[in-house]
Design a protein around this ligand. Sequence first.
Ligand code: AMP
Length: 523
Amino acid sequence: MSRVIGIDLGTTNSCVAVVDGGKPVVIPNTGGYKTSPSMFAISQDGKRLVGHLAKRQAVTNARNTVFASKRLIGRRFDSPELARAVDLFPYQIAEGPDGDARIVAADKTFSCSEIAGIILREMKRVAEEYLGEPISDAVITVPAYFNDTQRQSTKDAGKIAGLEVLRIINEPTAAALTYGLGHREEQKIAVYDLGGGTFDISVLDLADGVVEVMSTAGNTFLGGEDFDRRIVEHILEEFNKAEGIDLRDDLMALQRLKDAAEKAKCDLSSLNVTEINLPFIANDATGARHLNLELTRETLEDLVSDIVNQTMKSVEQCVSDAGMKAEDIDHVVLVGGQTRTPLVQQAVTRFFGKPPHRGVNPDEVVAVGAAIQGNLLTSGDRDLLLLDVTPLSLGIATFDGHFASLISRNTTVPVRKAHQFTTTRDDQSAVKIRVLQGESENADDNHLLGEFVLSDIPKAPKGEPEIEVAFDIDANGIVNVSASDVASGREQSITVKTTGTLSEDEIEQIIAENANVPFPGDS
Ligand code: AMP
């Protein structure tokens, strides 16, 4: 059997690792980089570019360069988060046939799974080149707070990349596996994971080879991109004040501003003040204008403090859901590049009353954990057992629009819960069930996973048929539904219409379309 790779499919960067000779190794690409930008582009001469190659040409080809697409995966085109952030994306976002968000580059519309598949295929290629053997199996990580649609879409992306996805695991859990490898003693840890686009917090119990997630919370639309955006808005305002020029509609200027904002943010993790210099940023009748601005750490902290506070609310909820207090946590592990910002570290230190553990590399720890899990799944090693939870409650919509929860959040997976349904009219032959994930009592405020139609119900007076529907959440956090007739025990036919994910046919079609599209290798 070939080796299993672990892939951290990040919003900003992706990373691939493998267990080699019993030790996890982060795999560099041919250019020596251990992470690759999660970017895809179609160049002006029609070439498809990925990773560093895509990033390097972003300024001059902003419209056709896709970044942070993980923020869109499994999300509806009309979702409120997207409406708030849509002007952040220089590329065009379109509505898919199912109401899902899709991405347009060089006049071609891509599903978000296809873009993620292209990035995964690149990570697979990096691993194959390094290991000198074909790779077919992978463990892929997702934010712990991803819902079923987002997980399913990530799994589809793996298929599109030509990978057998052995397991989808949660990013903070993967980080805990890496951390747990070097710390066998019993302890409670919190993993605070703030990446480019998502935030997760998990509380775990590590004891004698068992890694058990107690609770998780987060926000799948909050991360470093939001920090950058605040800085960009600040610069736009300052430039407009000084020069009377609004740069908002200038795509190339905006892309340069975005890059400069991110760089300034990173500088301010170690410096107290930095300069943003963008010569020839605009032109008007009086000639070229240059942007020179000083940004202090204090200003940055003012711009983003509410975002950091928002993450701390989830931290409070997560610790309380685990039935613990801040002081019960022995160690705090930081994951994700955005945790390098001192304000984030200060907020975490203040809450837990202790500084975070510094022994893991926040950019690589997740991919390493995925590789460890891949190795565990295939080597038959029973030394380490991983128990994870479902981040969101699963339930159904009742006839009066309420949400009836069947499996509550933070239940250990895999889990199975059965519920009995019947008819409300005489001779009714079909029953429609809407399955949702979320925490609101109001069904419509939760995320609709799909509609399940029980059909071919034998004729009977209302209320008589008893149909048992079983809801399974597997170890990937993915939901499966099956139904049986209670009296006969026969399987009841059920049509599953999941919203926002690709059908098998669509996946096959994308694979066939991509089979002959050349990609220059990244470096
Ligand atoms: P990740 O998704 O873990 O790769 O995290 C990427 C995010 O971390 C991006 O928003 C980066 O701008 C941010 N980041 C990387 N390095 C630093 C740094 N030194 N200081 C602040 N943020 C950083």
